[in-house]
Ligand binder design. Structure first.
Ligand SMILES: [Zn+2]
Length: 198
């Protein structure tokens, strides 16, 4: 069917040039089992020519529709593929972000653990230093004399009777009841001790 159609329908460009004069006689042979198809179409369209034209037009419409459907299907397939691609990219981006967040979380966790360990270490160190300091204080307290000798009143002066006063960069302690007196010609000094001020 396509063979003769191609042969006789193709010179459409020349029929455009002179439409009124161009005619082609087409002879078609039908087998007995094909004849009822033509007769039925003839009844519907009122003649052999009209029946044949209706068939050809329907076939052309079918081809056009198929092409249109094919294009639409292709367009739909392209849209589906594009959507799938977009979704795949979004999914991959989410996965990458998720992996990045997990890595970031792992880093933060390590940093937090390290910071916690450092705090514990410093706390232990501070406690040790505090304990050592108390030991030093206790040791120093043991070394402080209980009494210092005042030459003026010839007594051992206990710590509550000491008065410390500045003397340059140092401090001097004197016996409070006797007052602040340095060594002299007629009397003895009341000075008890000297210390460096830190
Ligand atoms: Zn004294």
């Amino acid at each position: 069917m396509y063979g003769w159609m191609d042969k006789y329908m193709s010179p459409q460009t020349s029929s455009k040039a002179e439409p009124s004069r161009l005619r082609r006689r087409v002879i078609v042979e039908l087998t007995p089992d094909e004849l009822p198809l033509l007769e039925a179409a003839e009844r519907r369209h009122g003649g052999k020519r009209a029946a044949m034209l209706a068939g050809l037009r329907a076939e052309a419409d079918g081809v056009t529709r198929q092409a249109r459907d094919g294009e639409a299907e292709e367009k739909r397939a392209r849209a589906v593929a594009k959507r799938a691609d977009t979704q795949a990219k979004a999914h991959a981006a989410l996965l990458a972000e998720c992996a990045s967040l997990k890595a970031s979380l792992a880093t933060r966790t390590r940093e937090r653990d390290a910071a916690t360990a450092e705090i514990e270490r410093l706390e232990t160190k501070a406690q040790d230093q505090y304990a050592a300091l108390f030991e030093d204080i206790a040791d120093l307290e043991d070394r402080i004399p209980d009494a210092l000798y005042c030459a003026r009143c010839d007594t051992w002066a206990p710590e509550p009777e000491w008065t410390w006063r500045a003397d340059g960069e140092d401090e001097i302690a004197y016996h409070t009841p006797c007052g602040d007196h340095g060594p002299g010609m007629l009397s003895n000094a009341t000075w008890l001790a000297r210390r460096r001020v830190a």
